[in-house]
Design a protein around this ligand. Structure first.
Ligand code: BGC
Length: 927
């Protein structure tokens, strides 16, 4: 049978009760999802703000944006680059710049005002600004520099024992410097900088910026990101010194599970490209660029590798090398080569920062001279230690996620990754800290430490892409709150320039399958618009000429392409970013790549069943027990899902012809799916939970069989003694499908299940992140196979989406994007007596909280201006539900899927709203 994908109901428009005195204000101005970004491609200049204001039912009825080449022009209103004029629209995000062409490398100031629902204008917002990227072709005058042919320019003191083959394979870190004069007062200065490898830029003895692991990871053969820093305050008149330390990073170090250095993937040694542009007060300019005038040497950092760790010999540090007055005897001319045609692009993603420091929970001695530090949290980053000992003393820090039974560090699951830092002291007090590596750990083992090790001398530094928190959750159940925090920690530990699978073993790859199942949770947890925006460029760069999206991005020669549920991320993730942030720019940018993917699948599968060209065909990866979901069922379901999303995407970017084409494709796949996999009684082939979950979530079960298919899913869950049997693919949708089909009580049973496999089992074992496998460690069998057993894999944390959308009920009306039209439909249940949480959307913060007390249910929401919401409260006696003013619901409907259950429906706008009434009891189904 053929039907169309569901379309959205018209949003409601609630009445306003704005206090007359309160004007709206436009706050939170952003460009390309970032606050005052330095370096945005002109084509990505899309502006947003958040209208703020007290009262209920507030909304923006119009806006006006001004953009000017400097603040004086902006404030005067003359000689503007863009005056949008008054635009009658409630839109406050994803506003594309539409003024005069923007100059490359230019700085622009902008501001906005809005009109409220009564036509009252706000004042102008505080000005914000953005700077456009350099011209990728003509804007650069720098050359690549490095140590050149000489690999090492110092001879470190001899060490005892046989040479370490891993260390021998690694490069010493190049130190690069250039002294230059400044002889006039400086108005502004920008340092544009990147590396093949990693860089830490220095200017006059200071670190430039606070980013780590820059420029991040891309396919360096396709695009090289650079960062721009405002260094005006670091320059002085007279001699100045600009410099950098480089490391191998993703470019030339160990990457993935390929037990060799990445030379095979990208290059063999790191190089720097930098351009310092100084604008003087008299309007003239001076540029200092990387070229053969720079000096180079190796020094204290003997090696620095993302997987292996770092080795520093502090005795070799040339103190003062990056500041004026330094005697650079012994330094040689840097190796220099011209730039090639690889595009240099302003980094669209957020920088990687140290976002938190954690002090030890305990320090114990495990064996003579070996201290085990427990930080109480599995995290990604490194350890900083203060030490003071005699010259030549070596302090060694190893990292692991868990301890073995004897209290020693368990490192088998790291495979070939060493996660070990070593520091040889120079005979004085020192702060020991790596900065070009990453370790996934909760525990650190310190050996060789001189004297006693005190907690005050040690801290774990938490490192990840700076994605600000957006969501929060708390409830009456402490274990559930811990699960929520574990999901977030899993994201923090793995969102590092690209979304990786795990941060500890020799893998750490940008797996697409993991990303697509977690994408919605990721957006609710944290502001990942810019992060995914950057990574989707990597996904597009990795796409094969056939149109196949790869298993990992950036692509390495380690994985396949075209794999169902992995490659499909190329459609699902852009759709999710649009859905969550209203970003149509991302859809336009990737529409060609998505279309090529759809064509790739269709070419191989003309009968609309996706059984061919399945790449690595991971199916429902790591499903517990026998994963016998038919591969073509899973693949076809994802194809249909892609087609439905493509239709929405095409609509969103005004391509009605494409939208119609993808709807037609969706119908054909849906029919083929039903014919091949759905029996007349609603049973799905194989009967696995994942088969039902996909068939129902992707709307592939004929409407009249939906409720029996859902019953079969519940029967399959009951058959597994109320456990889930889903792997990475099925797990993300199982609770949403149960709730959407009226089985929230079963969703709660799975959520609260204490025995394996379950989320709660991990929490009860003391997990502080999400494990890769349900049985990563069990009381009966101990550790799972060390070959594949990460304790920090976010994929199974995709349950976070259900916590926000269903448990708390913070969702959007179907078919809408960007949180303008909300659907607030909480799903109370299980042992919970209350839950509350919030999501900071592009329209502002939305909070939701409910409480069950006796037979009463109370639901309270707080909404920002400029949203409309349909509030739907489940109750057997829906007509008796009242808002805070004692008003009855606007209407009463049938609670989705729940036979016989009802919901009270209210329509509201901004402000605080509370509803209460008789509680709902879920229907008792015959199981
Ligand atoms: C990774 C997973 C990934 C999978 C695909 C594993 O090694 O850790 O996260 O999705 O491979 O097969």
């Amino acid at each position: 049978m053929t039907t169309s994908p569901p379309t959205s109901p018209a949003p409601s428009s609630p009445a306003s009760s704005a206090p007359a005195s309160s004007r709206l204000t436009a706050a939170g101005l952003r460009c390309a999802h970032l606050v005052n970004p330095l370096g945005v491609p002109s084509s990505r200049v899309r502006l947003s703000w958040v209208p703020e204001g007290a009262g209920t039912g507030r909304s923006q009825s119009a806006y006006q944006v001004l953009v000017a080449a400097d603040e004086a022009r902006l404030l005067s209103g003359h000689d503007l680059a863009w005056d949008s004029g008054r635009v009658e629209s409630s839109c406050s995000a994803d506003i594309a710049y539409a003024g005069c062409p923007l100059a490359r490398g230019g700085r622009y100031a902008w501001r906005v005002r809005v009109w409220d629902e009564n036509g009252t204008a706000s004042g102008w917002s505080t000005p914000a600004w953005f700077e456009t990227e350099l011209d990728p072709a003509d804007g650069w005058h720098a050359s690549w520099i490095g140590l050149g042919r000489v690999r090492d320019s110092v001879t470190p003191p001899a060490e005892a024992g046989a040479p370490d083959p891993v260390a021998m394979a690694l490069n010493p870190a190049p130190y690069l410097r250039r002294a230059f004069p400044v002889d006039k007062p400086v108005a502004s200065a920008r340092l544009h900088v990147t590396a093949l490898g990693l860089y830490e830029a220095r200017l006059n003895g200071h670190r430039v910026g606070d980013a780590f692991l820059a420029p991040g990871w891309t396919d360096y053969t396709r695009r090289i990101p650079y960062q721009t820093y405002d260094v005006t305050g670091l320059l002085t008149e007279g001699e100045n010194v600009v410099g950098a330390v480089l490391a191998d990073g993703w470019y030339a170090g160990f990457v993935g599970f390929d037990a060799k250095r990445a030379g095979a993937h990208y290059g063999t040694g790191p190089e720097l490209l930098a351009q310092l542009v100084i604008t003087f007060r008299d309007g003239t300019r001076q540029q200092v660029v990387t070229d053969e005038q720079w000096q180079a040497r190796s020094a204290a950092i003997r090696h620095a590798d993302l997987l292996m760790g770092e080795r520093h010999d502090l005795r070799l540090e040339p103190h003062g090398w990056d500041a004026p007055g330094f005697d650079a005897a012994g330094w040689r001319a840097a190796g220099c080569r011209g730039r090639d045609s690889r595009p240099l692009v302003a980094d669209p993603g957020p920088p990687i920062h140290v976002t938190e420091e954690i002090t030890p929970r305990s320090i114990t001695s495990y064996a003579a001279g070996r201290h085990i530090i427990d930080f109480g949290q599995n995290l990604t980053g490194w350890v900083r230690i203060r030490a003071d000992g005699s010259a030549g003393t070596t302090v060694r820090v190893r990292h692991g996620e868990v301890l073995a039974g004897d209290g020693s560090l368990y490192t088998e699951n790291l495979r070939t990754a060493r996660q070990t830092d070593e520091f040889t002291l120079d005979g004085g007090p020192a702060v020991l800290e790596p900065r070009f590596t990453l370790h996934g750990f909760r525990y650190a083992e310190v050996s060789g430490y001189p004297g006693d090790l005190y907690a005050g001398d040690v801290a774990a530094r938490v490192v990840h892409s700076d994605i600000a928190p957006a969501g929060s959750f708390s409830s009456s159940e402490a274990w559930l709150d811990r699960l929520f925090r574990n999901i977030d920690w899993g994201q923090r530990g793995n969102f590092i320039s690209v979304p990786t699978d795990c941060p500890q073993r020799d893998e750490r790859l940008g797996w697409l399958g993991d990303a697509q199942i977690f994408a919605r949770t990721a957006c609710y947890n944290r502001d990942v618009a810019a992060f995914f925006g950057k990574w989707l460029d990597d996904v597009a760069d990795a796409q094969l000429p056939s149109g196949a999206f790869t298993d990992v991005a950036p692509r390495l020669n380690l994985s396949g392409a075209g794999t169902p549920a992995w490659g499909d991320a190329g459609v699902i993730v852009p759709w999710t970013v649009w859905k969550m942030y209203g970003d149509r720019g991302i859809l336009r940018r990737h529409f060609g790549a998505m279309t090529a993917w759809m064509d790739f699948i269709e070419r191989a599968n003309p009968d609309y069943l996706r059984g061919k060209d399945l790449g690595n065909n991971y199916n429902d990866w790591l499903a517990p027990g026998d994963d016998d979901t038919p591969h073509d069922l899973l693949a076809t379901a994802y194809w249909a899902h892609d087609a439905a999303l493509m239709a929405e995407i095409a609509d969103a970017i005004s391509r009605p012809g494409d939208a119609a084409g993808y709807r037609a494709l969706w119908s054909k796949i849906r029919s083929a799916f039903a014919d091949a996999f759905v029996a007349d009684d609603g049973q799905l082939a194989s009967g696995t939970q994942t088969a039902y979950v996909l068939g129902l979530h992707m709307q592939l079960v004929p409407d009249e069989l939906r409720s029996s298919a859902a019953d079969h899913l519940v029967a399959a869950i009951r058959h597994a003694d109320w456990h889930l049997t889903t792997g990475f693919v099925g797990v993300g949708y199982i609770l949403p499908v149960l709730s959407a089909t009226g089985h929230s009580h079963v969703a709660y049973r799975l959520l609260e299940q204490e025995t394996l496999p379950s989320w709660r089992y991990m929490v009860d074992q003391g997990a502080t992140t999400i494990w890769e496998r349900w049985d990563g460690w069990t009381e009966e069998r101990g550790f799972q196979s060390a070959w594949m057993n990460s304790f920090n894999h976010y994929a199974l944390g995709s349950v976070g989406e259900w916590l926000y959308r269903f448990l708390l009920g913070i969702d959007q009306e179907p078919g809408t994007a960007g949180f303008g039209h909300l659907l607030l439909r909480p799903h109370p249940g299980g042992q919970l007596s209350w839950a509350r949480g919030a999501y900071r959307s592009v329209r502002g913060p939305i909070s939701s909280g409910w409480e069950r007390s006796g037979d009463r249910f109370t639901f309270r929401v707080e909404l920002p201006p400029n949203v409309t919401a349909s509030v739907r409260i489940p109750s057997d006696h829906a007509a008796q539900v009242r808002d805070a003013g004692g008003n009855p619901p606007a209407s009463v409907g049938a609670f989705p899927g729940a036979r016989g259950a009802h919901e009270a429906i209210f329509h509201v706008g901004s402000g605080i709203h509370e509803f209460s009434g008789p509680a709902m009891t879920y229907p008792h189904l015959p199981f």
